[in-house]
Write a protein that binds this ligand. Structure first.
Ligand code: CP
Length: 378
């Protein structure tokens, strides 16, 4: 695996997941690693996502009305950028997008100074995508603001892992929002392809075993070195994709990151023969498995159109779950959680949620919901 230039989150593989210091309590609702979150906090986020998704849009808009959220993107993005922006706007926030092109980053301004500038402009939360692992920690330290990691180098993409989890729970557990270390017991998830460069793989590999899932990492040695099983507890490596498929309820395909392949000896035709998710292979080895992919997908490489557009594919649904999860993360970062969400109860995503006006302590239509802005955690 590439060297991680991050602040201490790599945990020894020999200890059971739940006794590890997963709850590192990032300040101000930051989310940089899935290890920042306890299972209770994950449950709160899932419940809040469901609450916000079902809330009257006009009521929801009061939660962060005129609060300021900055989106700072040093790498290209479609899903993460758009869904965070739509999520913040759905809560009433003003958003500003700063990309490395067309900003003073092009003139050499540092991440630290860009962050300080955004704070001086009134930003109360920064969503960051950066090409360097660990950059969100630096930004958080420089600004004191809550930072939501939209993907940093080959480190983590925690909001993707949370939306992936929500997608799995919707299909395997009836939309359960209250998770424990047993929620995914009996579920095998194969993560397939370019594990070496994938922050999505790392976040999912760190998250899913904590909920009881068995996680198989699958790929060729060039993209999946043996040391990858040390990412965290509960991981196994399988080189034979067909074998991994037969054991999986969920198959998470990863993009071959052509931009990061320089220096690696990878024969793409051979790769496709061994690791491409195609119709005959899925039909033969995993006809009922859920097929996921964080996107962007490269049709004809890691998967075929037949599979991407087929009945097992949850790819578009994953994107939709991203908006709900990111609403919850932005609300949490700005302490606009309000009643009925912070104290999670067992619930089902998209099920029989009462209208917000009926929730205990919830706002009635046209009435400002509680909180927004005055609930900073110590
Ligand atoms: N899954 C994901 O992060 O997609 P984008 O690069 O389009 O944001």
């Amino acid at each position: 695996m590439p060297t991680r230039k991050v602040v201490a989150t790599n945990l020894p593989p020999s200890r059971p997941a739940e006794v590890l210091p997963f709850k590192t309590s990032r300040p101000h609702g930051s989310l940089i690693s899935v290890l920042d979150l306890s299972l209770d906090e994950i449950s709160e986020i899932l419940a809040l996502a469901t609450l916000l998704e079902s809330e009257d849009p006009l009521v929801r808009m009061q939660r962060l009305l005129k609060r300021k959220v900055a989106l700072l993107f040093y790498e290209s993005s479609t899903r993460t950028r758009t869904s965070f922006e739509l999520a913040a706007k759905a809560l009433g926030a003003d958003t500003a997008l700063i990309s490395s092109q067309s900003s003073s980053i092009e003139k050499g301004e540092s991440l630290k100074d860009t962050g300080i500038t955004l704070k001086a402009l009134g930003a109360e939360c920064i969503i960051l995508r950066h090409l360097s692992s660990g950059a969100p920690y630096l930004l958080e330290q420089a600004t004191g603001l809550p930072v939501l990691n939209g993907g940093d180098g080959t480190h983590e993409h925690p909001s993707q892992a949370l939306l992936d989890l929500r997608t799995m729970l919707a299909h395997l557990k009836g939309g359960e929002t209250s998770v424990t270390e047993k929620t995914l017991e009996g579920v095998t998830v194969s993560i397939v392809g370019d594990i070496l460069h994938s922050r999505v793989a790392r976040s999912n590999a760190l998250l899913l075993p904590r909920l009881g899932a068995r996680v198989i990492l699958c790929g060729p040695p060039a993209l999946l070195p043996e040391v990858a099983s040390a990412i965290g507890p509960g991981l196994t490596i399988e080189r034979d994709f067909d074998k991994a498929l037969t054991e999986s309820q969920v198959v998470m395909m990863l993009r071959i990151q052509a931009e990061r392949l320089a220096g690696l000896h990878l024969d793409l035709e051979d790769y496709k023969g061994r690791y491409q998710a195609n119709g005959p292979r899925m039909a033969a080895h995993a006809p009922k498995a859920l097929l996921m992919h964080p996107g962007p997908i490269i049709r004809g490489l890691e998967l075929t159109s037949e599979v991407a557009d087929g009945p097992q594919s949850l790819i578009a649904e994953q994107v939709s779950h991203g908006v709900a999860i990111r609403m919850a993360l932005v609300a949490r970062a700005l302490n606009a959680v309000g009643s009925g969400s912070g104290k999670h109860t067992s619930g089902k995503a998209g099920s029989s949620a009462k209208p917000s006006s009926e929730k205990p302590g919830g706002a009635k239509p046209g009435q400002k919901p509680p909180a927004a802005g005055n609930r900073r955690r110590a």
